[in-house]
Design a protein around this ligand. Structure first.
Ligand code: ADP
Ligand code: MG
Length: 393
């Protein structure tokens, strides 16, 4: 069943309706000073469309992990001000997201006016998806819009629990765009190349197992590569290896090959004796004792970039090395350039991967930069996202 979207809600007429929008406004705030506001900007198209159509909008979000406790340093108040600047209109703020005062604030909204609610996670019922809390959240509203892709893989009160308690529930523009682009990876033009790197096999085992069968080629880099090398019986020196996952890595590769897929592991490595800027490095095919892999080697990086050139769909999550240190960023850079240059549909997800691609100035040459992190990985591996499933009732 297609997910109902913002167009459906607006077509049905929203003038004068009270609409609760769940956005992802989880931005860095340090001592009251708001840092990178990308997420606020990303939330605006949905809000703007609703306001222009005359809806009375209240927007809610989590910020950080206050775990059910009211923490002033995790207040969303600074976001209201930035939002007002960006929208060029007033944004009022409610000290809570439920209760009488919140209801009064929502009832005080005129057509086309916007209210920001306080951090949803100041209430424990948000993360436990408590039904009484979900009811209280939904109470002042006629309709609900979920635009928070980054939390769609969590069944929380504001992402799933509210839905049965409103007349209409739809996906916002940002959530819809994420689903559309990530669907391209779930139903790919082939060959599909998945490039997976980053810190650990353990954090990405689910997606690796799924991609090892779904993708035509899986190219592995980052720290997780060394667990795969260990599984192949190759020396790994002092590299980060997860011994308890060696067997899983071996099984995964064998299973992929049985399905006619290829799993590529690095054949050369940048090694160092310390993960530290300025530490001497070597490029090797066999990792010596006392040295650890900090990046895929140039031959491997070139091979992965060539795979990107001949793929029709590329999904990339996880840097190829410790890219935060310039001397260990070469593999990530070569692969990023290869992905950017490819004529394939390219999707990059993951906080560090996005940071790497952006810092290399290649962001606008990628088809879709997924903001979802955990949610994109779960969606790509074929799992149902509770926040999306709730809308498809
Ligand atoms: P993403 O946020 O894109 O999903 P991850 O969080 O899984 O990516 O992994 C990113 C981290 O992995 C980076 O901090 C990077 O330094 C680290 N990393 C990559 N390769 C290695 C390596 N060889 N050794 C240690 N850490 C690594
Ligand atoms: Mg990360």
């Amino acid at each position: 069943m297609p997910t109902p979207g913002l167009d459906d809600l607006i077509a049905a007429g929203v003038r004068g309706k009270r609409v609760f929008v769940r956005s992802d406004l989880n931005v860095p705030i340090d001592e009251g000073i708001l840092g990178d506001d990308t997420r606020i900007r990303a939330s605006l198209p949905t809000l703007q469309r609703l306001l222009t159509a005359g809806a009375r909008v209240a927007v809610g979000s989590h910020l950080g992990r206050p775990k059910g406790v009211r923490k002033p340093e995790q207040s969303l108040r600074p976001v209201a001000q930035r939002m007002a600047e960006l929208l060029g209109r007033g944004v009022s703020f409610s000290e809570d997201c439920v209760g009488d005062a919140t209801r009064a604030a929502v009832e005080g909204l005129g057509d086309g006016e916007l209210l920001l609610l306080e951090n949803l996670r100041f209430h424990a019922g948000e993360e436990t998806n408590d039904d009484a809390f979900a009811r209280a959240l939904a109470a002042p509203f006629d309709a609900y819009v979920n635009d928070a892709f980054g939390t769609a893989h969590r069944a929380h009160a504001s992402t799933a629990g509210v839905v049965p308690h409103v007349d209409q529930a739809v996906a916002g523009a940002l959530l819809q765009a994420e689903l559309e682009h990530l669907r391209v990876v779930r139903e790919p033009a082939r060959p599909l190349l998945a490039i997976v790197g980053g810190s650990k096999v353990s954090s990405k085992l689910g997606v690796l197992e799924a991609l090892a069968i779904e993708a035509d080629v899986v190219a592995i880099g980052g720290a997780m590569a060394y667990t795969f090398l260990a599984a192949a019986g190759e020396p790994t020196g002092a590299s980060l290896v997860e011994p308890e996952l060696i067997e899983a890595a071996r099984a995964l590769k064998a299973n992929a090959e049985q399905h006619g897929r290829r799993v590529l592991v690095p054949t050369d490595h940048v090694v160092s004796q310390k993960v530290e800027a300025g530490a001497p490095t070597r490029v090797v095919e066999e990792i010596p004792d006392g040295w650890l892999g900090v990046d895929i080697g140039p031959t491997t990086a070139k091979r992965y970039a060539e795979e990107a050139a001949s793929a029709r769909t590329v999904f990339w999550n996880g840097p190829m090395g410790v890219f935060e240190i310039d001397a260990f960023a070469g593999g990530t850079r070569t692969v990023a350039e290869g992905v950017a240059a490819s004529t394939a549909t390219t999707v990059v997800g993951g906080g560090d991967s996005l940071a790497a691609v952006q810092s290399m100035g290649l962001g606008d040459r990628i088809t879709h930069l997924s903001t979802g992190g955990g949610a994109s990985l779960e969606y790509v591996q074929g799992l149902t996202l509770p926040g999306v499933a709730a809308l498809e009732r």
